[in-house]
Design a protein. Structure first.
Lengths: 330, 252
């Protein structure tokens, strides 16, 4: 059963007005697939995760939006709409695993707590066996000893594995991973991403991966949604978007990535890095027309007046972008 | 030509762990040198040793051909040749000082009149694309990308011949990262500065460094001309690093 999010909008009240952090965000994640939500700092990608989990800060208001998870629709504008889902229907992996781990609890206690909530019918002995089994599944060596260790005794990568084991035991319909590998080394990152994919395949959940790294998305995700200044500019399968980015912003983001194959040329001036000139628009006052207009390299007059809708790209199913250049001539 | 930095058989131990376990390397003058490795590989300890912030248990480090002490005089001498850009710009910007005040301290060290320092600073800030009004701000009032530029300006203000940058772009968005790296390359060329970049970003090191080394657990695993090192790695660890790198394939 796929996860659907519709028309999500979030405002933050700040000292000098209201910042519209998210505007009209919709996306689908089919069961067993991983959607990569990419965007630069300030694009609102973490706000999406927090709005879904009901973990927004006090100065935030969900002004519209609903989520369909496991066949039920939740009105996200209601405070605590998804509270009942936490730890059952939804689980989250944070960038810093210590946010999910209690420093005074052992690894085992964390895992058993998840199981008490998820499988109240089981006895302690079978829960212990399930917990040790989960640690083995995320390739944490010597599970028996790990059970009695405290989070501070583990490395960053090991802690993240414990959190993934907790998610594995929670068997969620939707797993949200917010920059799960940003603080980790590349070799550990690839191991952790493989564990997340393993978890997805084992329990068939939908995964929302929030990251600023296009490399991670193109390496591990099925679909991609590109967020910019609180709006979703493009949406599609990773292959389609990478082959034919529909939005100039997506194309520019892809161009900014340095491929490992790129060789250094003798002249330093030939080894330039691509940049996107300009700054994010003021979140308190959305400029008219296309949100990316100010930084776009192919904009035309209409871009400053008309807010683009989602237009299909290349007629490929599910690939759309908000760029007026894609408007089919009527 | 004497090497900008030459490290000979350096040993540093923290308890039972060898942070540097017999490291030797030569950084040629005027180029860009890359140091690649994961957490715990000893790359930051190596940087600290080169800067004189970490005493060696054994071995020798020569900066521009000279062995410099770690006493006050030695550090001052070192500071006029070699300047760091730390990973966390906050590490080089005191939270309680306005940025201008930090910059004036450079003038004090150089024994330069305040007006002269400020004049050079304005020129540098303009080249780095920062509004000179930043001097009246506190470090927390500027964005991450700006704070790094301020740290670069502070380093350049000392007129060093060598700059050591520890993860200069970690935590920055790709487009900001590119902007900063372009800037570092321009400055290095214009001022004929030797740039040492410590990074876990293999693609970046491959593109900007002429020579590079790969470190692991306090040892130099492999080193050489960067292009050859990345296109035909000899050591299994280098191969693993390259294979783990999240790949964006080149589009036609």
């Amino acid at each position: 059963m796929s996860v659907r999010v519709r028309n999500l909008a979030v405002d933050y009240s700040v000292s000098d007005g209201t910042a519209h952090a998210l505007r009209d965000i919709s996306f689908d994640i089919p069961e067993g697939e991983m959607l990569g939500l990419v965007g630069e700092s300030g694009s609102g990608k973490s706000t999406v995760a927090f709005a879904l989990m009901g973990l927004l800060a006090n100065n935030a208001t969900v002004t519209s939006g609903s989520a369909e998870i496991h066949g039920r629709t939740y009105d996200l504008t209601r405070p605590g709409a998804t509270t009942a889902l936490r730890g059952r229907g939804m689980a989250m992996i944070f960038q810093d695993p210590m946010l999910s781990l209690n420093p005074v609890f052992t690894v085992g206690r964390h895992l058993l707590e998840v199981l008490r909530r998820r499988h109240p019918e089981t006895d302690r002995k079978s829960r212990l066996a399930m917990a040790e089994d989960a640690l083995a599944k995320v390739k944490l060596g010597d599970p028996k000893r790990r059970m009695s260790q405290y989070p501070h005794e583990l490395s960053g990568g090991m802690r993240q594995r414990v959190v993934i084991a907790m998610a594995l035991l929670a068997e969620p319909t939707l797993l949200i991973a917010d920059e799960p590998t940003t603080a980790l080394d590349v070799t550990v990152e690839s191991q952790i991403m493989r564990q997340i994919i393993g978890l997805r395949d084992r329990i068939g959940c939908a995964v929302l991966l929030i990251t600023h790294s296009l490399g991670v998305v193109t390496s591990y995700c099925d679909r991609i949604a590109v967020l910019y200044a609180g709006e979703r500019l493009e949406n599609g399968t990773v292959g389609a978007v990478q082959a034919h980015p529909g939005h100039p912003y997506t194309r520019m983001l892809l161009d900014c990535e340095v491929p490992l194959e790129r060789e250094r040329l003798p002249l330093t001036t030939d080894n330039r890095f691509t940049v996107i000139a300009g700054d994010l628009p003021d979140p308190r006052q959305r400029p008219p027309g296309c949100i990316f207009n100010g930084r776009c390299d192919v904009s035309f007059e209409d871009c400053a007046r008309i807010v683009p809708a989602d237009y299909p790209v290349d007629d490929s199913r599910g690939h759309s972008a908000r760029c007026l250049r894609l408007r089919s001539p009527l | 030509m004497t090497a900008a930095i030459s490290v000979d058989n350096a040993f540093v131990r923290f308890g039972d762990t060898a942070a540097l376990n017999g490291v030797s390397l030569e950084v040629p003058q005027g180029g860009c040198f890359g140091i690649v490795g994961e957490s715990g590989s000893g790359k930051t300890t190596l940087m600290r040793a080169v800067l004189g912030l970490q005493k060696l248990e054994k071995g020798e480090i020569r900066i521009a051909g000279r062995v410099l002490g770690t006493d006050r005089g030695g550090l001052k001498q070192r500071a006029s040749i070699i300047q760091p850009i730390f990973q966390d710009p906050a590490a080089s910007l005191s939270p309680r000082c306005r940025i201008g005040m930090l910059m004036d301290e450079v003038g004090t060290v150089l024994g330069e009149a305040r007006e002269e320092t400020r004049g050079r600073l304005n020129g540098l800030l303009r080249r780095l694309g920062i509004d000179p009004g930043v001097v009246d701000k506190y470090p927390h009032e500027v964005s991450g990308g700006q704070a790094r530029r301020v740290a670069i300006a502070r380093a350049l203000l000392m007129r060093p011949s060598i700059i050591v940058a520890d993860e200069p772009t970690a935590g920055l968005d790709v487009s900001v990262q590119g902007d900063l790296l372009n800037l570092l390359q321009d400055l290095r060329q214009a001022e004929n500065i030797t740039l040492v970049v410590i990074s876990h970003n293999l693609a970046v090191v491959r593109l900007i460094a002429e020579d590079a080394i790969v470190m692991r657990q306090g040892v130099v695993v492999e080193g050489g001309e960067a292009g050859a090192l990345f296109s035909a790695p000899g050591e299994p660890y280098t191969q693993e690093l390259l294979a783990s790198w999240p790949h964006i394939s080149v589009r036609q």
